[in-house]
Design a protein around this ligand. Structure first.
Ligand code: NAD
Ligand code: ZN
Length: 352
């Protein structure tokens, strides 16, 4: 078992990472929660595979209510939020009870937001089930739902009581979602961990990757922990986590969130900005080749699709994160070493 503790001024909580952790989740929860009622929020895919398991695990000690959402980003909506509030109130949940987010990032973000707002805050725990959720969205306290005008526009910072990560859950994840999450793993390697990056390049099969998955998740969560601890509210260093994301977001948006997954778009973003920065002599020569090699290996795209450059820049300017005269972009010095560069809005075209 790997354990990490997130230490923030207002909140400390543990992250546990262990294969098979789900088999014992009832016992684990008993250590931190003494009341009876637990609401488990999940989606239909996860419920189908693991619903019985979590019910069986909790039923002896807790009174359990399952709330099952339709899988996919559409569930991070105000309508779904309203239904979830209703179901929780019908269950007569109180602030002394517990909510579990049992699913990927969609379930985690929505459940976190529900928990942070209903009755002015109900404690919750994260049991992330997708790779992206295990290495990224379940750690760091950002919770949100979408509005028709854009993603994650309503949200807050609200941390769980604990995060329980069972890498064995990933065995049932669709390959496309696995590689989607791998893009963020690769991002961690690029920004902070050359050794992780190198290891990823050397695995010869998915079996070798899975043999090391516990360690990989641990390293990613550790990087995120350190960054979040030094900049919880995302005003400085935490922006490093956005490597590849400025362009990535526009690619996702341009294709209406249908053609590319988030990870695929980020992969294109990481490759493309490094192409520019390596050409300018900011990034060590050879870095781009390594990124290309690793993206191909994990079945991720790297070429920028045919998009109008002017439109891309306009979209970047509209992004809620890019207000004011300056834009923060993340560049690599080399693999494992990144920095934040403030550039004038009008110079953005040099990096696209
Ligand atoms: P997701 O929650 O939609 O999960 C992806 C798919 O995998 C879904 O179809 C789901 O049903 C399925 N699935 C999940 N676990 C499974 C398992 N163990 N076995 C079989 N199928 C499984 O998407 P995601 O990629 O996990 O998360 C994306 C969301 O995360 C986005 O809404 C994004 O905004 C958010 N996000 C949040 C943060 C944050 O800091 N809060 C960071 C990154 C991303
Ligand atoms: Zn991301």
């Amino acid at each position: 078992m790997h354990t990490l503790n997130i230490n923030l001024p207002q909140k400390n909580y543990p992250i546990y990472i262990e294969k098979g952790l789900m088999n014992n989740i009832g016992e684990e929860l008993k250590k931190i929660y003494k009341n009876k009622k637990i609401a488990v929020i999940t989606d239909a895919n996860v419920e189908k595979i693991y619903g019985q398991k979590i019910r069986d695990n909790l039923k002896n000690d807790f009174e359990v209510k399952m709330i099952v959402l339709e899988p996919g980003e559409k569930s991070k909506s105000i309508d779904v939020l309203q239904n979830v509030y209703d179901e929780l109130l019908d269950f007569k949940i109180t602030r002394a009870d517990l909510i579990i987010a049992f699913g990927g990032g969609v379930v985690g973000d929505l459940t976190g937001f529900v928990s942070s707002t209903l009755l002015r805050g109900i404690p919750f725990v994260q049991i992330p089930t997708s790779l992206l959720a295990q290495i990224d969205s379940s750690v760091g306290g950002k919770v949100a739902v979408n509005l028709p005008k854009g993603k994650n526009l309503i949200g807050s910072f609200y941390h769980p009581e604990a995060v329980y990560i069972d890498p064995e859950l990933l065995n049932t994840l669709d390959k496309r979602f696995l590689y989607d999450g791998m893009a963020e793993v690769i991002k961690y390697g690029c920004i902070r961990d050359e050794n992780l990056f190198q290891n990823l390049l050397e695995y010869n099969s998915n079996k070798e990757l899975f043999d090391s998955i516990e360690e990989i998740i641990y390293r990613c969560c550790k990087i995120k922990k350190n960054i979040v601890e030094s900049d919880e509210k995302d005003t400085g260093e935490r922006m490093i986590l956005n490597f590849g994301h400025t362009l990535g977001h526009t690619v996702e948006k341009h294709f209406k969130y249908e053609k590319y997954t988030h990870g695929e778009a980020v992969a294109i973003g990481m490759y493309h900005i490094t192409k520019k920065s390596e050409n300018m002599g900011i990034t060590q020569k050879g870095t781009l080749d390594k990124i290309k090699k690793i993206l191909i290996k994990y079945k991720l795209p790297y070429e920028l699709p045919n998009m109008n450059k002017k439109e891309v820049i306009e979209t970047i300017n509209l992004d809620k994160k890019n207000k004011g005269n300056d834009i923060n972009i993340i560049l690599l010095k080399r693999i494992g070493d990144s920095f934040l560069k403030k550039i004038d809005r009008k110079d953005m075209n040099m990096y696209i």
